[in-house]
Design a binder for this molecule. Structure first.
Ligand code: PLP
Length: 368
């Protein structure tokens, strides 16, 4: 009996990317970091390319190398350079790199010399997220260092980029403020003698709601997986389809009397004689323990709330006396006709990004 099955609809990913491509004059970089938000790096990347992604984006350098090993030959950008993968290996693999500091630029330049190639680099500017990126105050010196490395033939500064803090709140004042800082940084690059191929700032939220901020390249992530971070005013999910479905099975059905406490701590008590269904998945499978008595699943098209606490490997549903639910029936945690990843985010007090990363991270245990 399977415990938790995570199924990914590759065609949904391809069609989501195609619909994002159709929304913009900019090129699209499909963000496939963190194992493609739990959807599986290589298959999601291939689907994104089929949908028209000119670029793939990953945070960690090893993910870029995995894409190359999987046979991807297109433009790949990684933005969290760290010593766990040598810059020389990344340059030899023709991966575009990011830098926010003179130290990392120097490492990349030295590696380029070692490899005998010119590294393509994108300067990250901190426009207000206060995460990666050079502050505007440090930018002039960094631009000068980058121009010098470019003049030495070690790097080509192909891009300038930044990331929004609050783009999922359309109209928030930080959005335009960050865009202004970004434009000024691009102007400073031009004044320093650098010709940028791609300026990129927009995540999913800005890709969907701020066409004026697409610049040359947009970097949607969560929307690629059909989970837009802002509501579609037309109620059409922006034409995107959720790509992940999560299911389990009923492994036991049994009748109990009224007044029966259910699961650890008896936080749920049956109000009448009823039938309980046992589901073969628990918090060791990624189901948040906190969703006991709150989370919902769907069986035979009907919604049931989890009865009592989620255990390590199982949880219980109160199916009601006379139910037609049987051992072996599919239980939909996330998927068509059942709750969504957003519903699960609400049950668990988190965001759907974490839900798909978490369930997806467990895929090797499941099947499909
Ligand atoms: C630098 C960068 N760009 C783009 C994205 C994609 O963001 P989203 O998934 O909100 O579209 C992320 C994700 O957090 C990111 O860190």
């Amino acid at each position: 009996m399977s415990r938790l099955t995570v199924a990914v609809d590759d065609e949904a990913i391809a069609s989501n990317v195609a619909s994002l491509v159709a929304r913009t004059d900019a090129a699209v970089m499909a963000v496939v970091k963190a194992d493609a938000y739990g959807h599986g790096l290589a298959r999601a990347a291939a689907a994104a390319r089929r949908g028209g992604a000119a670029w793939l984006g990953v945070a960690q350098p090893h993910e870029a190398l995995e894409l190359r090993l999987a046979g991807d030959t297109g433009r790949i950008f990684t933005w969290l350079y760290g010593p766990e993968v040598s810059a020389a290996t990344l340059i030899a693999a023709d991966v575009d790199l990011s830098f926010s500091s003179p130290e990392v630029l120097a490492v990349i330049a030295a590696a380029a010399k070692e490899v005998g190639a010119t590294a393509r680099v994108h300067l990250s500017v901190d426009t207000g997220l206060a995460r990666e990126g050079s502050t505007p105050a440090d930018l002039p010196a960094l631009l000068a260092a980058a121009k010098a490395a470019q003049d030495d033939g070690l790097v080509t500064v192909v891009g300038m980029w930044s990331h929004f803090a609050w783009a999922d709140a359309p109209g928030h004042a930080t959005i335009d403020a960050q865009a202004d800082v970004f434009r000024a940084a691009c102007d400073a690059a031009a004044a320093a003698g650098l010709t940028l191929e791609v300026r990129h700032l927009a995540n999913s939220a800005a890709t969907l709601t701020r066409p004026d901020l697409h610049f040359d390249l947009v970097r949607p992530g969560i929307a690629v997986y059909g989970l837009p971070p802002v509501e579609d005013p037309d109620g059409n999910n922006w034409g995107l389809t959720p790509a992940m479905a999560v299911t389990s099975r009923i492994v036991l059905v049994k009748d109990v009397e009224a007044g029966q406490g259910v699961s650890y701590g008896h936080t749920y008590t049956t109000s009448e004689p009823t039938t309980l269904g046992l589901v073969s998945a628990g918090y060791s499978d990624g189901i948040f323990r906190s969703v006991g008595n709150v989370g919902q699943v769907s069986v035979r098209g009907r919604r049931y709330t989890v009865a009592g606490r989620i255990c390590m490997d199982q949880f219980v549903l109160d199916l009601g006396r006379g139910t037609d639910v049987q051992v072996g029936d599919e239980v939909t945690l996330i998927g068509p006709g059942g709750p969504t990843a957003k519903d699960w985010a609400e049950y668990a007090g988190t965001i759907d990004y974490e839900i798909v990363c978490r369930f997806g991270g467990l895929r090797p245990k499941g099947v499909s």
